[in-house]
Structures are given as structure tokens and as C-alpha cells.
Design a protein around this ligand. Structure first.
Ligand code: CA
Length: 235
């Protein structure tokens, strides 16, 4: 049986960012952690969304068209919405304004930030408010991945993976049955500012296959011209 869905309750996260590439990376990284993510691209839409529905956390860019992130937060507080905010700031003069602004469950990250750091900050905030939302175990066929313990087993055998191989397998398992392009894999497994060739994806898929699929029914499949997919052996 395929079961790659979160085993504990997911958190609702609002991602507010006007740069589509960054918004996509942030939203994808948080979905990958099992959260339910709603995306908007400007301050007015953010205010409307966060007033209408309760979110466990808002990832809020400061420099936005229309209302800036500080103003969105201020108005939300005025409306009695006190959900924690993780501000995304540019390395400029907003930096010293933010120290005075961040309070309570709030935090901030300065751009450019790594996806790993974003995920850690989000997890820390959600832990503080008692909503971790992170699944412990992913299982596809006889392949088992322990997220916190960083362990992988297939048919009961322990499989040693490098950190990059582990992240790649995690990404494939979270997206079981979905064909993922090299570009998608690159942006989600490597940091978004990685500027190397996408041949690295092919290389690591090769490493992973040797460790996961050798002498067994293959789980990792190539869809020529489209990308890669992890599925049950007979599908
Ligand atoms: Ca911006």
C-alpha cells in the first residue's frame, strides 16, 4: 500500500511574496514538509486571506506592492489576528526596523536565505505554538524513510545515503506517483541559488537507483523527456 501522506495534522501556512520564483520555492519547501500552503503575491491579498481564514503561520515578505509586510502585520494585529509571522527581509535598511517590530511568536529571515534555514525556522515557530505538522515516516512498498532519524530501509535492510541522496529520495517519496522534472528536482533538493548544471540530478538519480533498486523491483522510473517518478514496482 502506498502511504506518503503526513501522519500528523498539517499546519496551514500563508506564503506572501511578490517574486514568483521565491514564492514557489518557499511554498514547495513547506508543502514538502507536509504543510497546507496558501500563496498570495501582494499585501492587500495577504490581509484579505489572513483576515478571512485562520493560519498557523504567515511567511511574509516585507517589500511588497501595495501594503508592505509590516503594514499587513500591523493591520492584522488591529483586527485581532495574532498568528505568528516569519518576515522575509532584504539586506537593507528595513533590517534595523525589524528588530523593533518582531515580537512574540514572530521571527525573520534575511534574503538570500537557504531553504533548509527557512524550514528550520518554520518548524521552530510551529513547535513553539504546538503545531509541528511534520510526518515521521514515509513508506512506499517495502521502502521506508524515517524523516527525523534520517534512516532509510528497503525490505528491512538499512541503506546508507548521503545527505543529498536522502533529500532527493525524500522529495521523490513525498511526490510518489508524480513525474518530477529535472528543474523541479533541482530547485527543491538543491538550494534555489544553486547555479550548476542539471546533469547533477541525473547523476544523483543514478546513485539512488544503485542503492535503492539494485537487485530489487525498481521504484525509481525515468519518463523520457519529462523527468523522474517514484512509484510502486508494478505500475
Ligand atoms: Ca518583495
Amino acid at each position: 500500500m502506498t502511504d506518503a501522506s503526513p501522519t500528523s495534522s498539517s499546519s496551514q501556512v500563508l506564503v506572501v511574496e511578490d517574486e514568483p520564483a521565491i514564492r514557489d520555492v518557499v511554498a514547495t519547501a513547506l508543502r514538502y514538509q507536509g504543510h497546507i500552503v496558501h500563496e498570495v503575491g501582494d499585501g492587500t491579498a495577504a490581509l484579505a486571506a489572513a483576515t478571512e481564514s485562520p493560519f498557523d503561520l504567515i511567511v511574509l515578505d516585507v517589500m511588497l506592492p501595495g501594503l508592505d509586510g509590516f503594514e499587513v502585520c500591523r493591520r492584522l494585529r488591529d483586527r485581532g489576528r495574532f498568528c505568528p509571522v516569519l518576515f522575509l527581509t532584504a539586506r537593507d535598511r528595513t533590517e534595523h526596523r525589524i528588530e523593533g517590530f518582531v515580537a512574540g511568536g514572530d521571527d525573520y529571515l534575511t534574503k538570500p536565505f537557504s531553504v533548509d534555514e527557512l524550514v528550520l525556522r518554520v518548524a521552530a515557530i510551529l513547535r513553539r505554538i504546538g503545531r509541528s505538522g511534520t510526518p515521521e515516516l514515509l513508506t512506499v512498498d517495502d521502502l521506508v524513510l524515517e524523516i527525523a532519524g534520517k534512516r532509510v530501509r528497503r525490505g528491512g535492510d538499512d541503506i546508507e545515503l548521503s545527505p543529498t541522496e536522502f533529500r532527493l529520495l525524500h522529495y521523490l517519496m513525498v511526490n510518489v506517483g508524480i513525474v518530477l522534472s529535472k528543474a523541479q528536482i533541482l530547485v527543491n533538493v538543491w538550494d534555489y541559488d544553486y547555479d550548476g548544471s542539471d546533469n547533477v540530478v541525473e547523476l544523483y538519480i543514478g546513485y539512488l537507483r544503485r542503492k535503492i533498486d539494485r537487485d530489487r523491483n525498481g521504484l525509481i522510473h525515468t519518463r523520457r523527456g519529462h523527468g523522474y517518478v517514484l512509484t510502486q514496482p508494478d505500475s
